[in-house]
Write a protein that binds this ligand. Structure first.
Ligand SMILES: Nc1ncnc2c1ncn2[C@@H]1O[C@H](COP(=O)(O)OP(=O)(O)OP(=O)(O)O)[C@@H](O)[C@H]1O
Length: 329
């Protein structure tokens, strides 16, 4: 039986008469990275706040680290760590003092607290800055300190709300490495992000939150397959060969005259590629380069969260929500 680090069914939350979460189901296996994507205001932080016991849901059930949030929020709280938009870092005291404060909150004996704090400061490359006020830290250092503080309690489930927003590319990559290490060490990471590349890099499972519901869920590869936009690109070096191919393929291809390239719609499957290659052979088209392009997560995100086109969340040849979720399990 799969052990779920987080199991959620029918989660609902409204603010006044505004429904933010309208029945969310999530099943996140222990030891994995889960990314929740969604446009601004979709309710990602609301999900994190509910699952980390900061606010309560209006309806539905949720278990975190095996503890029911309604029945035993204390036990759930003891098993989790949260960092993100509501950072726990106190800028007026040093990094080390922040860590020791955390150790006190977790009732670690003094010597043990010092040992754990020193180890984590070292691990997150903060030893040199340990005696400086946290307010003087760079954005990346503050995020690292925030995660280090979270780890004092050895959480099994870690919520990271937009962990790399505002970080430069180097700091972002450092944070990604840290997140991978957390999972290698056995934790489950639940992250929200605006960066599709981040979800693509890190997440075993991605869910897209839109209009209060999970619009789609699966691995990055599974999500990319449910939106149209895949194509095969043929590139030519000889303008005459390009013109000949463009005329022959006519309406079947989209032209890119500047790049001497033609794009043909394709799902990138072996079967389609084989018949495409056969067809090119029989029509005498000999491209210098052929590349297969699958949609990226940007395409998925735009297709699923379009405010006007409701049908786009269920393309004709796409699996239903349920089947794409099943495929992910
Ligand atoms: N305490 C509150 N009272 C009233 N409305 C709220 C409250 N907290 C959040 N909301 C509203 O609920 C919706 C979801 O907010 P939430 O912060 O969860 O979205 P989000 O997906 O995290 O957005 P972002 O990507 O911008 O951080 C928004 O419309 C927000 O204005």
């Amino acid at each position: 039986m799969t052990s779920w680090a987080i199991a959620v069914s029918g989660l609902r939350k409204s603010y006044g008469d505004k429904s933010v979460l309208d029945g969310i189901d999530l099943h996140i296996p222990a030891g994995s990275v889960f990314a929740l994507l969604g446009p601004n205001g979709a309710g990602k932080t609301t999900v994190v706040k509910i699952l980390s016991t900061l606010i309560t849901a209006d309806g539905g059930q949720a278990q975190v680290a095996g503890h029911d949030l309604a029945a035993d929020p204390q036990a759930a709280r003891a098993a989790i760590g949260v960092t993100g938009q509501f950072s726990a870092v106190d800028g007026l005291i040093t990094g080390e003092e922040n860590m020791l404060l955390m150790a006190d909150l977790h009732h670690l004996p003094r010597a043990e607290g010092r040992r754990v704090a020193a180890g984590l400061l070292e691990r997150f490359d903060l030893t040199d800055a340990a005696h400086k006020p946290a307010a003087s830290y760079s954005g990346g250092m503050k995020r690292r300190l925030d995660i280090a503080m979270t780890l004092v309690g050895s959480p099994r489930v870690i919520f990271l709300d937009e962990p790399t927003t505002g970080l430069d590319p180097r700091s972002r990559h450092t944070m990604w490495q840290i997140i991978r290490e957390l999972v290698t060490d056995g934790a489950t990471v639940f992250l929200t992000t605006q960066y599709l590349e981040e979800a693509d890099e890190l997440a075993d499972t991605i869910a897209v939150l839109h209009q209060g519901r999970i619009a789609a869920e699966g691995s990055a590869e599974q999500l990319k397959r449910i939106v149209p936009g895949g194509h095969v690109r043929l590139r030519f070096t000889d303008p005459a060969a390009y013109q000949h191919a463009a005329a022959t393929l006519h309406q079947a291809a989209t032209r890119d005259d500047d790049a001497l390239a033609l794009n043909l719609p394709s799902d990138g499957s072996q079967r389609e590629l084989r018949s495409l290659l056969d067809w090119l052979d029989t029509t005498g088209i000999d491209a210098d380069q052929l590349t297969v392009h699958t949609p990226d997560l940007d395409d998925v995100f735009f297709a699923l969260t379009s405010p006007t086109d409701q049908s786009s969340s269920q393309p004709a040849d796409a699996p239903t929500d349920d089947s794409s979720k099943e495929a992910a399990r």
